[in-house]
Design a binder for this molecule. Sequence first.
Ligand code: ATP
Ligand code: MG
Length: 257
Amino acid sequence: MARIYAFANQKGGVGKTTTAVNLSAYLAAAGKRVLLVDADPQANATSSLGIDGSILPYCLYDPIINRKPLAEVIISTAHANLELAPSAPALAGAEVELVSMFAREHQLRKMLEPVIAAFDHILLDCPPSLGLLTVNALTAARDGVIVPIQCEYLALEGLGRLWQTIQLVREHLNPRVSISGMVLTMFDPRTNLSMQVVNEVRKHFPEQTFRTIIPRNVRLSEAPSYGQTILAYAPTSTGAAAYAALAQELLAREGAA
Ligand code: ATP
Ligand code: MG
């Protein structure tokens, strides 16, 4: 049975997609069968893998709203072992249409059930909101939420609301969900502020915070414009080394659990 994690933080631009995409690539390279689910209508995870969701026949909208089997929507990527459930702008409609659906919070969870045995890891990239797509991802995330935190001013702003939302989902929708990991991203060793954020997050979340810190690295920001993961684009960069280490740390945690 696959481990299922949601990558969530309603704050925008904190590294959710960069982390979900590159962690997926390194988990796949480690021999794990990985499904990356792009649950964001911005489709950044899809385009980061060099795929244009808008020209595909189907996207995540179809299984969520039209009950199309997910297996018919999943596509392969440039990486062996890494498959993608793509997003496209049409997914924005799902956020609206879900509102009036029965069991609206459970659509993503139910849609994943038939493929859960086919993968070792399923990573859900969420949009920067706490709307129904994110709530669906939290409900499906059997192994918890991984929260990327940008090492910047106001990094912890809004975490309380995310925490409350996760709590509500745990009480009502998915008793297994909690914050299982926090990833510090865009760390800049030259600024005191970056170090302050690291210390603050580690103080509040000593168990959850990954030891691996993702540095600010220009290669990480360039890779998506070439439709490549950091593993394909710049495997010797500091960003690549960090995501490789994060994948190993996650696997070690899972092995210890
Ligand atoms: P959104 O909330 O819009 O979905 P996000 O949380 O998914 O955003 P990303 O898209 O991963 O965040 O990152 C935001 C921007 O920062 C992107 O342009 C990305 O390439 C860049 N970025 C992410 N991580 C790093 C890093 N470690 N070093 C340099 N640039 C980074
Ligand atoms: Mg994103």
